[in-house]
Write a protein that binds this ligand. Structure first.
Ligand code: ASP
Length: 439
């Protein structure tokens, strides 16, 4: 048995950890072991999550500097940058359009009972108030604030908060570019140091991933316990009244994952969609277990470079930028959520309002942090922009987490697809890659 377990590839172990976590969570709910779970299981999930977050900043910095420093053609960077932004915008708009089509056809809000609406608004008033106040803070800024915010005044300060990823990217790019612009012999030592640091960080990622089966077990087990709480019947009831909304969102995610990405992958890269999914599945599993694109970054880098054969120059730029601004699952979710709320409150959105929704949802997905529940805050901004009652968020808050797990999988898959496509267009994709990924 032990030998069989040892021979299992790491992704198989992670999958087993996820399954065991779900079963454990259900047993804990049935037998009332939630306190035991809280004290003895959950901490391992938190440790795993923290380890992933811990390496995010050094990983982004070191790999970007290494990627930029090896550039021989500086024009290439601006080309990659433009292509990346263009691709991200286009895929976001496609995702929102898919979401709008599905929600307008299925009309899940019309099936939502009025009595439940008032009840849920009351119950989730506190969490909703938090989202609203953060959203208001975001909204009071000027139009160029996002540019100003990208330039840190103190790099140590920027590096002290994982939400400042764009600031770290900015500093890493100017640092790496400067290295590339200085004659090689003057910065050879620096380049060697960064090569060494890169190897060390990759090793840390590999070591952390060995802990992943235990980490995902603890994360998913605790999630089931927290989500179900003490009242299983109530959770089932909640699922039932939001059933059509969940179905609409999940169908949207599936259209993106099983139709849109395979088409673009087939069209723009030499990879088959099976090769693509076989390589990215470890990143998808971590995204599902952590609900955070930022926490999935180390694995995304690994699978893109060593699974898909994307060069370091492309992956070190596209992926960190992607986890911050490219969120196809999130933008689809925001579109479906906004229209669902409109329908449940009896509003019909005009064409102009739906277009405003596309625009704000695109911008909102850029501003959404790659952390669990990031999208909910931005949904408040979208609702206000089309004149819908922000209180509606309370209706979907209760079920946000399972949908968040799925949309994070979509977000992460979209970033890896973008990396492969952009790499291919720059002749920076060599599939099958020479090295094997850690998973
Ligand atoms: N959890 C998502 C992510 O990290 C963001 C969100 O949609 O809430 O990609």
């Amino acid at each position: 048995m032990w030998k069989k377990w040892k021979d299992l590839p790491l992704w198989g172990k992670i999958l087993a950890g996820m399954g065991a976590g779900l079963v454990w969570g259900m047993l804990a709910v049935i037998f009332g072991w939630s306190v035991f779970n809280e004290h003895w299981v959950k901490p391992f999930g938190t440790i795993f999550l923290n380890m992933l977050r811990l390496i995010a900043v050094p990983l982004i910095f070191v790999s970007l500097v290494k990627g930029m420093a090896s550039l021989t053609d500086i024009g290439k960077l601006s080309r990659i940058g433009l292509k990346t932004l263009g691709f991200f915008m286009a895929s976001t708009v496609v995702a929102i359009t898919v979401g709008l089509l599905i929600v307008n056809i299925m009309k899940p809000g019309h099936a939502f009972p009025d009595s439940r609406r008032a009840e849920m608004q009351e119950k989730y008033a506190v969490s909703f108030d938090e989202s609203r106040s953060v959203a208001e803070e975001v909204r009071t800024g000027g139009p160029l604030d996002f540019l100003v915010e990208m330039v840190p005044e103190n790099i140590l300060h920027a590096a002290s908060d994982n939400r400042n990823i764009l600031q770290i990217i900015f500093f890493a790019i100017i640092f790496g570019l400067s290295v590339a612009l200085i004659p090689h012999e003057k910065v050879k030592v620096v380049k060697d140091v960064f090569d060494g640091l890169n190897e060390i960080i990759l090793k840390i990622v590999h070591l952390v991933m060995k802990f992943a089966p235990v980490g995902v077990f603890a994360l998913l087990g605790s999630l089931v316990v927290e989500f179900t709480g003490d009242d299983v019947a109530e959770s089932l009831d909640l699922f039932a009244s939001l059933g059509l909304y969940i179905l609409a969102t999940v169908i949207g995610y599936m259209v993106i994952i099983f139709l849109i990405y395979p088409i673009v992958i087939k069209f723009f890269t030499p990879l088959g969609y099976r090769d693509f999914y076989k390589s990215v599945i470890p990143a998808q599993m971590i995204a599902f277990s952590t609900s955070s694109s930022a926490a999935s970054l180390p694995v995304m880098m690994d699978v893109s470079e060593k699974g898909l054969g994307v060069s370091k120059t492309v992956s070190s730029f596209v992926l960190p930028v992607g986890i911050t601004i490219n969120m196809d699952g999130t933008s689809l979710y925001q579109a479906v959520g906004a229209v669902f709320i409109a329908q449940a409150f009896g509003f019909e959105l005009t064409m102009a309002q739906q277009l405003t929704l596309v625009l704000t949802a695109t911008l909102a997905s850029i501003g959404t942090p790659g952390v669990p529940g990031g999208a909910v805050v931005m949904l408040a901004i979208i609702l206000t922009s089309v004149g819908l009652p922000v209180e509606g968020i309370a209706m979907i808050l209760a079920l946000d987490r399972p949908l968040d797990m799925l949309r994070t999988v979509v977000n992460v898959t979209g970033d890896c697809a973008a990396a492969a496509i952009i790499a291919r267009s720059e002749n920076e994709l060599s599939y099958p890659p020479a090295e094997k990924p850690a998973l």
